[in-house]
Design a protein around this ligand. Structure first.
Ligand code: ARG
Length: 454
């Protein structure tokens, strides 16, 4: 492509270190799509003769057909996908192929192709996240009343409903989707027409190309347009945040599936056995979702460090932008789908959850709140009285609701029998009716909101 300037060819090592075809072939469709939009605009503007533009467009269609059928035939001497397409075009239509690259550089070309690819990736992620949300909401509705222990510090804290717990993940995914949506809106400007870095002397119609490729507008600064990889970083940061959420649910499923907890039986479809221990049912898929979050964060870090301190405009370091994005995307898609499958098919062992909610004095706060509400006692004092009741129950090896009225009254004479109404786990969750609280009615309300919003 630049033989005019050079005496000798590159060494084999140079070819090898320089080539990106091994990974950028992944966006051959976007490359051809962008080239078609570019040449149509060149033809409409009379920068390239209309019949040449048509010949080029037909040639590009032929290549698309070939690649769709048998993949991209890789030749590292041709470096990247852009050169592969152009070289094949020249084989198919002859020297007129050379007119395609008028007013264009691979710098604005790759920035355009990659944006198109990331935009489609965001749409794919969004659809999978929406499907995952539907699963979470369906299971939350089913378990709006199922009581389980809520934890802080992984110590039994207060009873909650399983539906409420699942909807917590619905909220995280809601924010993830909005983060991806924001990234998409910022991404949606067309770099093509910026050429190598300075713009071009040809009278382009960048608005027309932008429109043809579904971009909102052309980028406003050619230097920025070819140097910018914010869109890839935005994607990776959104993916990282999302994968953190997935990893937390994965971790909870792993804990819940352990024998001491026994809160869930994971479905056969997402478990594995052991080659030596016949009794085993391992939560491998959940562990991999937890693990993949680390790799996604690693991919994000990799591109952050590639971009740090790069001078304007394009530098070849930026060719390394693609592998981390591809890797993160593949891992994220797998993680979302696997986790959705697990949540959909997991059997929640509500009897075990309820039994666990009943130990650990999880209704102590309810007792204290009763003292405040009925007895008119300041909360700090109520906290202290309740602490003494917990201590007594602990000494006797019984639950709070098993303490005798006389024993409670010996601690504080203001206590009467109606205290027992608040000491059960069901009464406890039913009473948490504040907006966003765990009460079954509130959970159902949030389920309805979620169904509308997804
Ligand atoms: N393969 C290159 C990349 O992915 C395309 C841009 C090459 N531009 C250049 N001036 N060498 O970044």
């Amino acid at each position: 492509m630049w033989g005019g300037r050079f005496g000798g060819g590159p060494s084999a090592l140079m070819r090898e270190i320089n080539a990106s075809i091994g990974f950028d072939k992944r966006f051959w469709r976007e490359d051809i799509q962008a080239s078609k939009a570019h040449v149509a605009m060149l033809g409409a503007r009379g920068i390239v003769a209309a019949e040449d533009a048509e010949t080029i467009a037909r040639g590009l269609d032929t290549i698309a057909g070939e690649y769709a059928q048998s993949g991209v035939p890789e030749d590292i001497a041709l470096e990247d996908i852009h050169m592969h397409v152009e070289a094949r075009l020249a084989e198919l239509i002859g020297p007129v192929a050379g007119r395609l690259h008028t007013a264009r550089s691979r710098n604005d070309q790759v920035a355009t192709d990659f944006r198109l690819w990331v935009r489609a990736a965001i749409d794919e992620v969004d659809a999978s996240l929406a499907a995952f949300q539907r699963v979470l909401v369906a299971r939350a509705e089913e378990h709006a009343e199922s009581v389980m222990p809520g934890f802080t510090h992984l110590q039994a804290a207060q009873p909650v409903t399983l539906g409420h717990h699942l909807l917590a993940y619905y909220e995280m995914i809601r924010r993830d989707r909005s983060r991806f949506r924001d990234s998409r809106a910022r991404l949606n400007e067309l770099p093509l027409g910026s050429a190598a870095l300075a713009g071009t002397s040809f009278p382009l119609d960048r608005e027309a190309t932008a429109q043809a490729l579904g971009f909102d507008r052309p980028t406003a600064n050619s230097l920025d347009a070819v140097s910018d990889r914010d869109f890839a970083l935005d994607y990776l940061m959104s993916a990282t945040q999302c994968s953190l959420h997935l990893s937390r649910l994965a971790e909870e499923l792993i804990i819940w599936a352990s024998q001491p907890f026994g809160f869930v039986s994971l479905p056969d479809a997402f478990s594995t056995g052991s080659s030596i221990m016949p009794q085993k049912r391992n939560p491998d898929a959940a562990e991999l979702v937890r693990g993949h979050a680390g790799r996604i964060a690693g991919a994000m870090t990799s591109l952050v460090i590639t971009m740090k301190g790069l001078p304007l405009a394009y530098s070849k370091d930026m060719q390394d932008d693609k592998p981390p994005v591809f890797e993160a995307h593949d891992l994220l898609m797998l993680s979302i789908q696997a986790l959705a499958g697990m949540v959909e098919q997991t059997r929640f062992r509500t009897d075990r959850m309820r039994a666990a909610a009943e130990v650990g004095f999880s209704t102590a706060t309810d007792l204290a709140d009763w003292l405040v509400r009925v007895g008119g006692i300041p909360f700090r004092e109520a906290h202290h009285i309740t602490g003494r009741a917990v201590k007594l129950a602990e000494e006797q090896g019984i639950g709070l609701s098993d303490l005798e009225l006389g024993a409670l009254q010996a601690i504080d004479a203001r206590i009467d029998a109606s205290i027992y109404d608040v000491l059960t786990v069901d009464a406890s969750v039913r009473s948490r009716t504040s907006y966003g609280g765990t009460a079954p009615d509130r959970v159902r309300e949030q389920v309805e909101r979620a169904k509308r919003d997804i």
